[in-house]
Design a protein around this ligand. Structure first.
Ligand code: GLA
Length: 401
């Protein structure tokens, strides 16, 4: 046994309590949830825009922009560095930051983010290497959880590359246990792409779990032609049927937002954002928010649509009617209200109607109607909603007291 292995064993057993191997995986899976993420997490993640080119300067500028743009006050909370922040492990096996890209170190960066009244997140992987080829956490779970806690990490995204024949349930339960033992509340974002159907077993393990491969910045086409790249429509169709598995503390994650990254039209981005809100999805902006245009800003800062996503009931909305390209979606909200989405998947403008049966509010019930993109109160509820919807577009309403 090398010194570093002895050290890790000591770290696990002495300072962090017994490692997960002393427990059955089922025991960890059955533990009460960690109480975090009672509404879907909101924030920003570096990957969709910056990929491996992320630096300390960009993260700082992003945190500044989250405050200046009003995003923090609209609910965006976590600033998450995705892959490629890592340097090598030190002689004792502790992870370090890439000194070129993060010269001040991760602790100083976390302190900066916290000084802006934001929270700080980081990324690792259940394999020996991350998807970007940096050191993964396999074999270092307790040591890494301890390091993150010391740095002030509030959120961990945990990926699934280079995991060989690891069992997903065991690997994620192990890191969930290590995070609990670290003593710091850390939101656990599971990123194993839905391969092992985490919605069936991870309710007490993770706070959110990816349900699909990676989002691709396109509405309907996989221009990348890789089977891991999923346009919005494909993600929506994979994530929607899982509605019953989402709830406070444990969310389906259809991946981070592409709003503002240039591959879709403004109305497609509006649809993307509205569908994510209807699905109670985590709202992690994935664009360069320090340099975003007004159209992007007005989508990410639509507080009426954010309120649909963040509703305290935490019920994932779903498709209640489909007629070719015309769809009606409904999400129950607190106080008996409903969010209603009319969605045109097609290439031509169409009229779409939602009935009282679709919405679940009788025509005779007194209810107000608000158009959440026009930000306009509409005539009172009379038992149906109808709108002309542009190609790839949506209309979204709140109906209720
Ligand atoms: C995977 C994940 C992405 C991103 C990259 C980083 O593809 O699904 O969200 O984290 O790895 O390499």
């Amino acid at each position: 046994m090398k010194f570093r292995d002895i050290f890790c064993w000591l770290a696990c057993v002495v300072s962090l309590g017994a490692p997960a191997s002393a427990h059955s995986v089922q025991e960890i899976v059955n533990k009460a949830p960690n109480g975090l993420a009672q509404t879907p997490p909101m924030g920003w993640n570096s990957w969709n825009k910056f990929a491996c080119n992320i630096t300390e300067a960009t993260v700082r500028a992003t945190a500044d922009a989250m405050v200046a743009s009003g995003m923090r006050d609209a609910g965006y909370e976590y600033v998450v560095i995705d892959d490629c922040w890592h340097g090598a492990r030190d002689a004792d096996g502790f992870i370090t930051a890439d000194a070129q890209k993060f010269p001040s170190g991760i602790k100083a960066l976390a302190d900066y983010v916290h000084s802006k009244r934001l929270k700080f997140g980081i990324y690792s992987d259940a394999g020996r290497l991350t998807c970007g080829g940096r050191p993964g956490s396999q074999g270092h779970e307790y040591q890494d959880a301890l390091t993150y806690a010391r740095w002030g990490v509030d959120y961990l995204k945990y990926d699934w590359c280079n995991t060989g024949d690891r069992n997903a349930k065991e690997a994620y339960a192990l890191m969930a246990h290590a995070l609990r033992q670290s003593g710091r509340p850390i939101v656990f974002s599971m990123c194993e792409w839905g391969t092992a159907k985490p919605w069936l077993w991870a309710q007490n393990v993770g706070n959110l779990w990816r349900t699909t491969g990676d989002i691709w910045d396109s509405f309907a086409k996989n221009d990348k032609a890789h089977d891991w790249a999923h346009p919005v429509l494909s993600i929506v169709d994979q994530n929607e049927p899982l509605w019953q598995y989402a709830g406070p503390g444990h969310w389906n994650d259809p991946d981070m937002l592409e709003v503002g990254n240039g591959g879709m039209t403004t109305s497609e981005y509006r649809s993307h954002f509205s569908l994510w809100a209807m699905m109670a999805a985590p709202l992690m902006a994935g664009n360069d928010i320090a340099n975003m245009d007004e159209a992007t800003r007005s989508i990410l800062l639509n507080k009426d649509v954010i309120a649909v996503d963040q509703d305290a009931l935490g019920i994932q909305g779903r498709r209640v009617a489909k007629d070719g390209d015309k769809e009606v979606w409904v999400k129950p909200l607190t106080g008996g209200a409903r969010a209603v989405l009319l969605f045109n998947r097609g290439e031509q403008p169409v009229r779409i109607q939602a009935t009282a049966d679709h919405v679940g509010i009788p025509a005779t019930q007194r209810a107000k109607v608000r158009d959440l993109w026009a930000h306009r109160d509409m005539p009172r509820w009379k038992g149906s909603l109808e709108a002309e919807v542009e190609p790839h577009g949506v209309a979204i309403f709140r109906v209720g007291p």
